[in-house]
Design a protein around this ligand. Structure first.
Ligand code: COS
Length: 390
């Protein structure tokens, strides 16, 4: 029998995250958005109450929570402010390749850094010429003696200005396409340069930076997994993190729906609250269905991971549907508010701006459709086990 009942521990986790989003994130979210302010205080508090780095196994100082719990947290963060949520969750993206491919010493050192102090890590895959097409990357890593030497630059790096270490993908064989990419863990102190913080449409409380490597040297053992196997590591990572992004999108949509519901009961036109008009009711009904359906897809994608199963298809279904739904729901929430929805004194225009990135980062909605089409037309082994550690 299919059972959607959360365990007591999962319910507690969700409650903790909701409480945190209500008390610590929501009250400052619109202010942080206005000035594009980095939420360091919230990062410190979230780390203190145990809402960051939740997937780090206990042996490296983490809570070792399951993927579904992680998604419950990300939905609440998304509900509070997805910009802040992205800042709090990005460690999960950076640490997954370390969990999948790092040696015992590397895991102890770099995961330990995150669990011992409220430090941050970034996932550095994208480049100006390599967005959806990962293989187009130009950053190189060359083995010289017992060191790797990195050269190149990465863009759109979440938390890039604040990270203490980076998971970096680089070409180790320039002519081998996706089979010539390797992954590395690169400490900031090795000489990573932060070039520029982006000024964004939405999620303005999150930090997005361009970073570069100019003869940055790292020890040989900082290679993650096997040489030239970085592309697969990136794909396996995104399978594990896209459900969390989708959960954040569900959180944004839920927030927009709640604002629209409240406003529609207050706003009177034609002598009745606009919630009495079928035109509004149908918009609210569609919002509610999209939130519910998005959440179910998220839970399915996360549960497959928790069962040790490959979730590529489920992950892309969840990311694609929840991201597109967040855009639709927030756009309709602005519509419910009418002209007021377009004004910054009201809450929903921020949500509409924030929702847009959901269709772009960690694979655009078009890339998710590409994955869904491939997995549907030419299914890979659905039961291929996920790596034991992540
Ligand atoms: N898990 C494990 N292996 C995977 C995989 C997955 N989810 N997806 C692909 N692979 C493997 C394939 O099996 C193939 O292996 P072989 O070389 O052994 O045959 C290899 O990776 C290449 O796969 P494919 O041919 O599908 O690669 P493409 O170059 O066509 O790229 C897409 C596939 C477009 C789906 C991929 O590049 C992608 O996800 N791009 C978006 C990247 C992204 O999300 N960027 C955002 C930045 S992160 S914030």
């Amino acid at each position: 029998m299919v059972d959607f009942t959360l365990t007591d521990e999962q319910k507690d986790t969700r409650e903790l995250a909701h409480d945190f989003a209500t008390k610590e994130i929501r009250p400052v979210a619109w202010e942080l958005d206005k000035e594009s302010t980095w939420p360091q205080e919230i990062v410190n508090k979230a780390w203190e109450v145990g809402l960051m780095n939740t997937h780090v196994p206990e042996e490296y100082g983490g809570a070792g929570l399951d993927y579904l719990s992680g998604c419950l947290i990300e939905e609440e963060f998304g509900w509070g402010c997805s910009g802040v949520g992205t800042s709090l969750s990005a460690n999960g993206l950076a640490m997954t390749p370390v969990l999948l491919g790092g040696s015992e010493e590397i895991k102890k050192h770099y995961l330990g850094m995150l669990t011992e102090e409220p430090k941050l890590a970034s996932f550095a895959l994208t480049e100006p010429e390599a967005g959806s097409d990962v293989s187009g990357m130009r950053t190189t890593a060359t083995k010289i003696g017992d060191k790797w030497v990195l050269n190149g630059s990465k863009c759109f790096i979440t938390n890039g200005s604040h990270a203490d270490w980076y998971t970096v993908y680089a070409k180790t064989d320039k002519d081998a396409g996706h089979k010539g990419i390797s992954a590395f863990v690169v400490p900031r102190e090795a000489g990573v340069t932060v070039d520029k913080k982006e000024d964004k449409l939405g999620q303005r409380a999150s930090n997005t930076a361009t970073i570069s490597f100019n003869d940055v040297e790292i020890p040989a053992d900082h290679l993650l997994g096997e040489e030239n196997h970085g592309f697969k590591l990136a794909m396996q990572t995104l399978d594990r993190t896209r459900p969390g992004v989708a959960a954040a999108a569900v959180g944004i949509a839920r927030a927009a729906m709640e604002f629209a519901v409240d406003y529609s009961k207050e706003r009177v036109q034609f002598g009745v609250p606009i919630a009495m008009h079928q035109a509004i009711q149908f918009m609210i009904a569609d919002m509610a269905t999209k939130v519910e359906a998005g959440r179910l897809l998220v839970w399915q994608a996360a549960s497959l991971l928790d069962q040790g199963k490959r979730n590529t298809l489920a992950s892309s279904h969840a990311k694609r549907f929840a991201a597109d739904s967040a855009m639709e729901v927030t756009t309709d929430a602005v519509q419910v508010y009418g002209g007021y929805g377009f004004i910054k004194d009201y809450p929903v225009e921020k949500l509409m701006r924030d929702a847009k990135i959901m269709q772009l980062y960690e694979g655009t909605s078009q890339i998710q459709r590409l994955v869904i089409a491939r997995e549907t037309l030419m299914p890979r082994k659905a039961q291929e086990p996920a790596a034991a550690t992540a």
